[in-house]
Design a protein around this ligand. Structure first.
Ligand code: NI
Length: 369
């Protein structure tokens, strides 16, 4: 009976007793649980009594599902939930997960335990970290997803802000440029430029950067402009436009790898260029208005005179930092130009002071007021 009274009957008498209100065992008894995971068998008619004391015949009432950092879940007796939470389990699935951001801005929810692995694969904890700030050659600043930055960098943008021009646009200025380096005389030229607080632009050749990485880094650290003079001094017009652009990119990548700076301007070897190549390279091409012929004369007097006899405001002066005589000439040219009232600036500084920036795809042989 529901109150627990028992009688033993013959199997074939069962229906008859049931008609009189007798029940089988599991209709009379049930198993109940408490929040510590204990269980006992009690009479169903006493269930409400037990419920009032915190027991239940539904095991799920006494358990809570918790979530682990690896995505697994566990049913924990209610009394042990606090301890389990303290031990690193979570009440909700969301707490066991972290939202990460890809370099292209995609969002991904991963289990907490997977976060470290994703961080090493180019994911970020915050949208801010998945962004980077890049700068156009004329100093415009833009925040883009890291994945988008590459395309801009190939167009002459940089991850470092361009040197702010301190040039006074109303005073005469010239840009000294040095091609074909870095080389053994680069340091001597840098010593002189530093001594007079002068700036210059170095158009470097990619395949020399490993050997002369110290000189390259010093150019960057002393605030000189580093420009691209191709990977191996190839005449770019012998290549198709995309091969020429790749040659320039390869050089710029190497400079960037070594200095964190990305060249913003190109000096084409032999001054040889065309519109298709300029446009594919997506950078201003810088020629010259004063050719010192220093590579030919290898004579300091001759180089000095080539500059001082013709120099005008806005000139771009071509020299090469791989000749000893050029380094000697520079030691006289720099103070003489300053004495004549010229500001010695980088090509991009002159472009920014005089034109509000240089235009990608255009060619410049001087930057006049
Ligand atoms: Ni050259």
């Amino acid at each position: 009976m529901p109150d627990g009274r028992e009688i033993a009957v013959r199997s074939d008498d069962v229906p008859r007793w049931q008609d009189k209100g007798w029940l089988q065992w599991d209709q009379v008894y049930t198993v109940i649980y408490n929040s510590q995971g204990e269980n006992r068998e009690v009479l169903r008619i006493d269930l409400d009594l037990w419920r009032g004391q915190g027991w239940s015949d539904n095991i799920a009432d006494m358990q809570t599902t918790l979530f682990a950092d690896d995505g697994s879940r566990a049913a924990v007796w209610n009394d042990y939930v606090e301890d389990s939470l303290a031990g690193g389990l979570h009440l909700t699935e969301a707490e066991a997960q972290t939202l990460l951001y890809g370099a292209d801005g995609t969002e991904m929810t991963v289990w907490n335990a997977e976060v470290e692995a994703y961080l090493t694969q180019g994911f970020y904890r915050t949208p801010e970290e998945a962004h980077t700030v890049i700068y156009s050659p004329d100093g415009a600043e833009m925040t883009v997803w890291r994945a988008e930055a590459e395309a801009y960098l190939a167009q002459g943008w940089s991850e470092t802000p361009p040197a702010r021009s301190t040039a006074d646009p109303n005073r005469p200025m010239v840009a000294l440029t040095f091609d074909d380096g870095p080389g053994p005389y680069t340091d001597k030229i840098l010593n002189c430029l530093e001594k007079y607080g002068a700036k210059a632009t170095f158009y470097v050749v990619g395949n020399r950067l490993g050997t002369y990485s110290k000189q390259l880094k010093r150019e960057a650290e002393t605030g000189m402009e580093i420009g691209c003079h191709s990977w191996s001094h190839t005449q770019l017009t012998t290549l198709n436009a995309s091969a020429a652009a790749n040659d320039i990119k390869r050089t710029n990548d190497r400079v960037n790898e070594l200095t964190g700076i990305r060249p913003a301007t190109v000096r084409p070897p032999y001054g040889s260029h065309n519109a298709a190549i300029r446009s594919a390279a997506g950078a201003p091409f810088i020629l010259w208005s004063v050719d010192t012929l220093d590579w030919k004369t290898r004579n300091a007097d001759s180089t000095y005179n080539a500059v001082m006899n013709s120099v005008k405001d806005g000139d771009i002066i071509l020299m090469h930092d791989i000749h000893s005589a050029t380094a000697d000439a520079v030691e006289r040219i720099v103070p003489a130009l300053i004495e004549r009232g010229f500001q010695l600036v980088t090509v991009s500084e002159m472009g920014s002071a005089r034109k509000g920036g240089l235009t990608a795809g255009s060619a410049y042989s001087s930057i006049r007021p």
